[in-house]
Ligand binder design. Sequence first.
Ligand code: CMP
Length: 137
Amino acid sequence: QIERTLVIVKPDGYRRGLTGEVLRRIEAKGYTLASLQVMTPDRERLAQHYAEHEGKPFYEPLVDFMSSGPATFVVVEGQRCIEGFRILAGATDPTAALPGTIRGDLGRDWGKKVQENIVHGSDSPESAEREIGIWFA
Ligand code: CMP
């Protein structure tokens, strides 16, 4: 069945000029870009988006980083695109992410308190609908 997932090209990806490269990989895989919006995310919606991480040591650095500049929010569509995009993205830690993945090819550890790992992808159909509702209300 056709799924939707929320992909974010995070502020590090935007600053480094990697937005087009990420979108290219999503399209080359065969997924569709259904909606796309560039904006600097506000802390209020980031708190909703990252509610499950509240209280973790990387939570405040994460909200600071994510609100530090423009990011690109994309609704991606396709068969099994939730799992498919997470495989394209690679492991959360860009040092450990395999070559061939977005984070493995384009990311690294910058010695920050938060993993600046270029992209976000929803982890389940429920998260996808919840996250799309936050950013594309
Ligand atoms: P994301 O998929 O957007 O979800 C939560 C984010 O927090 C994650 O990507 C990383 O940017 C960051 N993150 C997750 N785990 C850690 C960690 N152990 N240390 C630092 N940052 C993390």
